[in-house]
Design a protein around this ligand. Structure first.
Ligand SMILES: NC(=O)c1ccc[n+]([C@@H]2O[C@H](COP(=O)([O-])OP(=O)(O)OC[C@H]3O[C@@H](n4cnc5c(N)ncnc54)[C@H](OP(=O)(O)O)[C@@H]3O)[C@@H](O)[C@H]2O)c1
Length: 339
């Protein structure tokens, strides 16, 4: 059987090169020859905190872009050589490996004009934003994109951590769904960029008058808050703001002790992106149907910090160092996987 080298965690906190075999697809699967993957905070938690690691070697990368290398017998609409992106699922076949085995439902073709290193930024952030807004928060999925006649389109919606790559997708999806009063909370330096993505207002999370700034920008009560960061410090800021004016829902990855500190009229929803697979309709449509539709009407990829120097192990080590040192701001860390 043909083999190839990949970079993985070989033990908690340790990176190494291991060998894997090039897989064969089952009838509803494809094998992607991966050109690019990404490193995100989730991968760092895998490596440094052993979070969500089920066995070693543990492979990284929750996204992949590349070309189809092999196609299962019941996949009618993909062919060898097609340029694709994927949200690798389940764990075991990930993005940061030269050959990844994926089910058809997590793969979509991309336009020839879209570079693979940019396209790789879509799958996880798009899925997180879409699942949060249109499933966990129950906002209606528009019949057409961009949406027309959105009910309650002027309700204020706060996106905390809008400078993050998932926050940027949340802002864009709200725009395409027709919401016009989106308040983005991010560093001041992202202001103009976030406005181009669809934010009506940008509030600096370092402002000493943060709560007042949000209420002023929103024009009153904030009904929905999406927190893309979910740190104790962000809970504290939002709680302060929420306790003053909010009577709606707050989406957070909040442990019980955090929930208990919020006012009773604020309901918290913890979002786990990979649970989108539990909703059969979303599992079959999110990546193959909705993602290309949104890309087609102008959904922007994230800005890219590309690591394509030296060998793969060096790139991955350097990438994790950049994440540890908080040197990634407003952009996605993309790793060249192919030679
Ligand atoms: N639950 C899930 O399923 C799920 C899915 C995806 C991501 N996540 C989590 O969501 C978080 C963001 O992920 P990502 O991939 O989008 O990250 P990312 O793009 O790497 O996030 C980096 C950005 O976070 C912003 N940030 C950091 N600390 C902040 C703070 N205290 N207040 C406001 N903004 C802050 C910074 O914005 P500025 O440049 O404005 O400073 C920076 O640009 C991570 O913790 C990740 O694990 C969870």
């Amino acid at each position: 059987m043909a083999t190839y080298d990949l970079v993985a965690a070989t033990a908690p906190g340790q990176l190494g090169v291991v060998q894997d075999t090039i897989p064969e697809p089952a009838e509803d699967q494809v094998v992607i020859r991966v050109e690019y993957s990404t490193l995100s905070p989730f991968d760092l938690y895998n490596l440094d905190r052993n979070f969500f690691v089920f066995k070693y070697p543990h492979v990284f990368g929750v996204t992949a872009s590349g070309t189809i290398a092999k196609v299962g017998s019941s996949v009618p609409d993909l062919s060898v050589g097609d340029r694709v992106i994927a949200l690798p699922f389940p764990p075991g076949n990930k993005g940061l490996q030269a050959y990844t085995l994926q089910s058809r439902s997590v793969v979509t073709k991309i336009p020839d004009s879209l570079p693979l290193e940019k396209a790789v930024t879509y799958p996880d952030n798009f899925t997180t934003a879409f699942f949060t807004l249109f499933n966990q928060l129950d906002l209606p999925i528009p019949d057409e994109w961009p949406a027309k006649d959105t009910p309650n389109s002027v309700r204020p919606i706060l996106v905390y951590g809008a400078g993050s790559t998932s926050g940027q997708h949340t802002i864009q999806l709200l725009k395409y769904a027709g919401y016009t009063n989106v308040v983005a909370v991010a560093s001041k330096k992202h202001e103009q960029f976030l406005e181009t993505l669809g934010a009506a207002h940008v509030v600096d999370y370092n402002s000493p008058s943060f709560a007042e700034d949000v209420i002023m920008a929103a024009g009153g009560k904030v009904e929905l808050v999406v927190d893309s960061i979910s740190l104790p410090s962000t809970f504290a800021l939002i709680k302060d703001e929420a306790s003053m004016e909010t009577d709606g829902e707050l989406v957070q990855e909040a442990p019980k002790e955090i929930q208990d500190t919020f006012p009773e009229n604020v309901s918290l929803i913890a979002v786990s992106t990979f649970f989108f697979q539990k909703d059969k309709r979303l599992a079959d449509t999110l990546i193959p149907v909705f993602l290309p539709k949104l890309i087609g009407i102008g959904l922007q990829p994230n800005r890219v910090r590309l690591l394509n120097h030296a060998d793969l192990l060096t790139r991955v080590k350097d990438g994790f160092d950049l994440l540890r040192q908080n040197k990634i701001s407003g952009e996605k860390l993309v790793i060249k996987v192919g030679q």
